[in-house]
Design a protein around this ligand. Structure first.
Ligand SMILES: Nc1ncnc2c1ncn2[C@@H]1O[C@H](COP(=O)(O)OP(=O)(O)OP(=O)(O)O)[C@@H](O)[C@H]1O
Length: 385
């Protein structure tokens, strides 16, 4: 058997490490044509002297909302002077001064002067620049839901959308982005805002495994040298990321697994690198999922994990029979809890060899047991509900 020579300490497996940064803007945006078209449609009136129309962009984390907006904003900035696109991260900027400071800097190209730190001065600076350029303003409020607990959501929307009332500028457009699916940003607007805020709702569904694989394959091509990460491992990483419903997990896994190979002086990433990286990358997600389960569901997850680790029969029926010994529970309750575990993304029910289904863990069995153990470090709880 021939071994490829070891990597020298001054060599790297990364052609471009920046490609794996979360802020990296990919050259090609996969599977978001519909959303790009909708946003382009909302921007179009501003190219004919009108205003940008508003939108609410909603979808779970890692579904490309920010990337789609930043891509389209970059194109707008390159192709026209008639629209000034501004991106504000509301996780970091949620006071009016911080938000307007960020808008001022992007519209004017330099920070708001310290002497002019009164909001009206900052707003006037923004408005006069828009007038000079005869341009329409569009502001993306990313993670706009962060403005609600800060008490500034309605205030900022009201002021931004009514800038034209005080200054002679075109009406601004707002793209409000959220990954909080339980929240309707349109409905959070109060009556005075609703009269000027009529957003188009744009949805970002989680990527399928095939879509994630395409996105990751592209990243690997740009970011790693050829043959560093074999295609079957990209498939495996795509499967893990699809399970987490977050393409970010996949990007991070590629980076971590490659760093591991590089640290060992190897020229190829191995299955073991991906397994080790997956545990580090997915552990926080698994813990978060476990905390959303009831005590009884956690007990079942923990027990299933221990059974799977022992190599026992994982057919759903066999698991139920065996569970009886430790966890006295009726069939209906067992299935309810099992469904809760599948919904939480901890187990999958896959067609088994016979007629029944097989209970398969999405994570390493030891990690599931650790995440779901009762405070006394056991899997068993006496009062099964
Ligand atoms: N369609 C895509 N093509 C290429 N890369 C993508 C695509 N969608 C997402 N990504 C990459 O996935 C990562 C996460 O994307 P992004 O930040 O846009 O998601 P998001 O939906 O805004 O997430 P969050 O709600 O957590 O802010 C980024 O590194 C981005 O480059």
């Amino acid at each position: 058997m021939t071994h490829s020579p070891l990597l020298r300490s001054d060599q790297t497996l990364f052609r471009d490490p920046d490609v794996f940064e979360f802020t990296y803007l990919p050259d090609h945006l996969h599977h978001r044509d519909a959303q790009v078209r909708e946003l382009a449609f909302l921007l179009r009136p501003a190219l004919r002297g009108g205003s940008v129309l508003s939108a609410v962009l909603r979808g779970p984390p890692g579904t490309g909302k920010t990337t789609t907006v930043r891509r389209i904003f970059r194109e707008v900035a390159e192709e026209t002077q008639q629209v000034i696109p501004v991106y504000v991260n509301c996780r970091h900027n949620h006071t009016p001064l911080a938000v307007y400071g960020s808008i001022f800097k992007q519209v004017c190209g330099y920070p708001a002067p310290l002497a002019g730190r009164y909001l009206d001065d900052v707003k006037e600076g923004i408005a006069s620049r828009l007038q000079d350029r005869n341009a329409a303003l569009v502001v993306c409020l990313d993670d706009a839901d962060e403005l609600i607990p800060a008490g500034t959501y309605n205030l900022l929307l009201y002021q931004l959308l009514r800038l034209y009332e005080k200054w002679d500028v075109r009406k601004a457009g707002v793209f409000a982005v959220t990954s909080n699916l339980g929240l309707n940003l349109g409905a959070e607007a109060d009556a005075s805002v609703r009269s000027v805020f009529h957003p188009t709702e744009i949805t970002f569904l989680p990527y399928s495994r095939t879509e994630i694989r395409e996105i990751l394959t592209d990243r690997v091509r740009q970011g790693l040298y050829p043959r560093v990460l074999p295609a079957p491992l990209i498939d495996r990483i795509a499967q893990i990321a699809a399970g987490e419903q977050d393409v970010r997990v996949g990007i991070d896994l590629i980076r971590q697994a490659t760093l591991r190979a590089e640290k060992d002086g190897r020229r190829r990433v191995t299955h073991a690198d991906v397994t080790a990286a997956a545990r580090a990358v997915t552990a926080p997600a698994l813990r978060a999922r476990a905390t959303r389960l009831s005590e009884a569901e956690r007990a079942l997850a923990c027990w299933i994990a221990e059974r799977s680790r022992d190599g026992a029969d994982m057919a759903s029926g066999a698991v139920f029979e065996a569970a009886q010994e430790y966890l006295p529970v009726g069939k209906t309750t067992y299935h309810e809890h099992l469904n809760a575990l599948t919904k939480a993304g901890i187990v999958d029910l896959v067609p088994g060899a016979g007629r029944g289904r097989e209970v398969r863990l999405r994570y390493n069995a030891g990690d599931v047991a650790a995440a779901c153990k009762a405070p006394d470090k056991t899997c068993k709880i006496p009062n099964w509900a």
